[in-house]
Design a protein around this ligand. Sequence first.
Ligand SMILES: CC(C)(COP(=O)(O)OP(=O)(O)OC[C@H]1O[C@@H](n2cnc3c(N)ncnc32)[C@H](O)[C@@H]1OP(=O)(O)O)[C@@H](O)C(=O)NCCC(=O)NCCS
Length: 174
Amino acid sequence: MELNIAEVKDLDKVAELVNQAYRGISAPDWTTEVGLIDGPRTNQHSLEDMIENGASIILLALDNVSRKLAGCVALTPMDSGEWYLSMLAVSPHVQSSGVGRSIMTGAEKFARDAGARSLKISVINVREKLIEWYERRGFTKTGDTEPFPYDDPGVGVPLRDDLALVTLTKSLMA
Ligand SMILES: CC(C)(COP(=O)(O)OP(=O)(O)OC[C@H]1O[C@@H](n2cnc3c(N)ncnc32)[C@H](O)[C@@H]1OP(=O)(O)O)[C@@H](O)C(=O)NCCC(=O)NCCS
């Protein structure tokens, strides 16, 4: 799937897509945070902060036929060639049809071509099926867990008090 780098003019649509993908579906499912966290996942202003000065790159996946936004992912270079991958989101209309898999393949290629040696992700601990999905993409748990940011209103309203972030990594070296 073709991935394009998002510009500021794209970010209202990206915020809408991310909020729909993470929390916009009515029933809890393995693909969403419904039942775990309420409220918006992000907003246009936060996304502008992310890409300001090139700190992060947001990649957009457009539907091959309609050219509408089908998904996105963010990449943030960190120390020692490790890049943080976050905000992977697929439009609810096309979830579970291979778009997420395809975005991950493209994002890995983008990061590798730009010099990344490994990717790091954080996944909410109780989303076991999503963790398994990343494991099928070649990620492995590092054994580290970070606290969920309960005191950050920017992440939404957590509905449970047992959330934490599990760290997984994937080497991009051949
Ligand atoms: C999670 C997400 C990125 C996955 O992308 P997607 O396009 O929906 O998923 P794909 O079509 O690429 O993959 C579907 C997978 O689900 C599996 N699957 C289908 N039904 C399933 C079910 N009921 N339970 C578990 N897995 C299921 C399929 O086997 C397939 O896995 P495989 O590729 O290893 O065989 C997407 O659903 C999404 O945007 N979710 C909301 C945002 C989010 O939670 N992002 C991740 C934050 S860390």
